[in-house]
Write a protein that binds this ligand. Structure first.
Ligand code: FAD
Ligand code: NAI
Length: 476
């Protein structure tokens, strides 16, 4: 029986990073993963993120943005293009190429760092003295490895909607939404969260008529509401995404006529028939097949593996990270937890600050934030000041043809310490890093204001917002 210091179950961004870090720290490490490629005929490392999440969705967002720009934006640059055509199958092929490259890259990283990679479903079999036995089920062929520490990183799966089964032909989850090889004429989306907005944007840009049905009365309830309202206006008024809020879905029928959704909104009953329907109503932790009950691994009331602030489960030397535990379901959160756990096993004292985890939505304009929203600060009774600045007069944004959006800096009224940074605008997925860094280093808004920002850059808008927090904006 193979023996290891650390066995990681799951090779998504949580698990593969944990395995690499553990190996770097000198531990004999194995990573067990059951993920397969799109055709289901070969193992594929990288989990949801690389195969059916972050990476493929961003590839499609870029392709669709190019198509949209060629049709709508090139002319003002003096560029005339002929009849612009779109080939959905080609876009998917490009996306698949990126996925294959990156998933193969993890295989290479495992080899380089001497992480042993095993294909199959891992489950906790039990404890033999002070080592854990993990069973690996490779399509019925079972083997057992032993490890002193186990890190569970089994991720999440789409939350099912009891009203309808996902067939990934007409009713799609994230996997199906990322693999349409023809543009649906009418696309329905249930849930205006991150997947709904990103996937809705992709297919809208390439010609679908998109309707998003959202249960909550507020748009992007977790985001700062000033930014959310600006986003809602851009998406609905300028981009023609139909977003209905406060919707109650009553019935969904998937038949030869299409997918028919009956719902209520604002007291009125409505029915819409779509060619395809994406169901993106959140994700749930994936603990299936782990034998959690058998070994007494505790879960919380929502099915997440229970962990303390340092990712320790109730079982000795069993850790859990990423989407399968509490906290935001984000790849970078999973990876950072993975690093921290490997370092804790090595006796180090890493720290992960949940308050400085950035959030990004890759729409156009992008939305990004870190720290508290104004609504949270008000609810917590924190006295704060704010500074806002827009991209409308930013030279770089104008040059890019993307002079739209706002940056808002929230700082403590007494100490000036930055408490939150909220953005909508071009490439704010990159700009938010400065907000994260500022908060990690306990910067004040004056610190940001006194840092030299290159000209002309988009970052000048953040600089200006920090100046505005001190009522000394130069361009406001
Ligand atoms: P996962 O990535 O889900 O990986 C879990 C792995 O464990 C999988 O390979 C699975 O096969 C394997 N596994 C499960 N059970 C077992 C078992 N018993 N034995 C062996 N292997 C097992 N996040 C971002 O930060 N940015 C984004 O832009 C972004 N975009 C997204 C877009 C979409 C469409 C989706 C669906 C998600 C997106 N996310 C994004 C979220 C991100 O993908 C997840 O937060 C992240 O993948 C979680 O990582 P993880 O390692 O915890 O789990
Ligand atoms: P989500 O939690 O972002 O949004 C789900 C939405 O569906 C919510 O607005 C919710 O109110 C709504 N909803 C729930 N039940 C509903 C119902 N019955 N009818 C109508 N609406 C309903 O979840 P989503 O979009 O599925 O994404 C899952 C997770 O994946 C995200 O929470 C995020 O963590 C991750 N992700 C991250 C991305 C990024 O970082 N850019 C991109 C895509 C996904």
């Amino acid at each position: 029986m193979s023996q290891f210091d650390v066995a990681v179950i799951g090779a998504g961004p949580g698990g593969y990073i944990a395995a690499i870090r553990a190996a770097q720290l000198g531990f004999k490490t194995v990573c067990i993963d059951a993920g397969v490629n799109k055709t289901g005929d070969a193992p594929a490392l990288g989990g949801t993120c690389l195969n059916v999440g972050c990476i493929p969705s961003k590839a499609l967002l870029q392709s669709s943005e190019h198509f949209h720009a060629a049709q709508h934006d090139f002319a003002e640059h003096g560029i005339t293009v002929g009849d612009v055509k779109f080939d959905a199958a080609k876009m998917i092929e490009r996306k698949d190429g990126i996925v294959t490259k990156l998933t193969g890259g993890i295989k290479f990283l495992f080899q380089k760092n001497k992480v042993e990679s095993l294909f199959g479903k891992g489950s906790l079999k039990g404890r033999n003295g002070d080592v854990w036995q993990v069973e690996v089920d490779n399509k019925g062929e079972k083997s057992v490895v032993e490890a002193k520490h186990v890190i569970i990183a089994t991720g999440s799966v789409p939350r099912p909607l009891p009203l309808i089964d996902i067939d990934n032909v007409n009713v799609l989850d994230n996997e199906g939404a990322l693999n349409l090889t023809e543009v649906p004429k009418k696309l329905g989306v249930i849930g205006s969260g991150v997947i709904g907005l990103e996937m809705g944007s992709v297919w809208k840009r390439v010609g679908s008529e998109v309707t998003i049905l959202e249960a909550m009365p507020n748009f992007l309830a977790a985001a700062d509401q000033q930014i959310a309202k600006e986003a809602f206006k851009v998406f609905t008024k300028e981009q023609d995404l139909a977003i209905e809020l406060g919707v109650k879905i009553n019935e969904i029928k998937n038949d030869k006529n299409g997918v028919t959704v009956s719902y209520e909104v604002g007291g009125a009953a409505k029915t819409e028939t779509f060619d395809k329907l994406i169901v993106s109503i959140g994700r749930i932790p994936n603990t299936e097949g782990l034998n959690a009950e058998g070994v007494g691994l505790e879960k919380d009331e929502r099915g997440f593996i229970k962990v303390d602030g340092e990712c320790r489960t109730n079982l000795p030397n069993v850790w859990a990270i990423g989407d399968v535990v509490r906290g935001p379901m984000l790849a970078h959160k999973a990876s950072d937890e993975g690093v921290a756990v490997a370092e804790r096993i090595a006796g180090q004292k890493p720290h992960l600050d949940f308050n400085t985890i950035p959030f990004v939505i890759y729409t156009d304009p992008e939305i990004a934030w870190v720290g508290k929203t104004e609504e949270q600060l008000k609810a917590e009774g924190v006295e704060y000041k704010k500074g806002t600045s827009g991209f409308a007069a930013n030279g770089r944004a104008l040059g890019l043809g993307k002079a739209k959006g706002t940056v808002k800096v929230l700082a403590c009224a007494k100490t000036d310490r930055v408490l939150g940074v909220h953005m909508i605008g071009p490439m704010v997925s990159e700009l938010v890093a400065e907000g994260v860094m500022s908060m990690e280093f306990s910067a004040s808004s004056e610190d940001i204001a006194r840092i030299v920002h290159a000209h002309p850059t988009l970052s000048e808008v953040l600089h200006e917002a920090a100046l505005a927090a001190d009522k000394r904006a130069l361009h406001g």
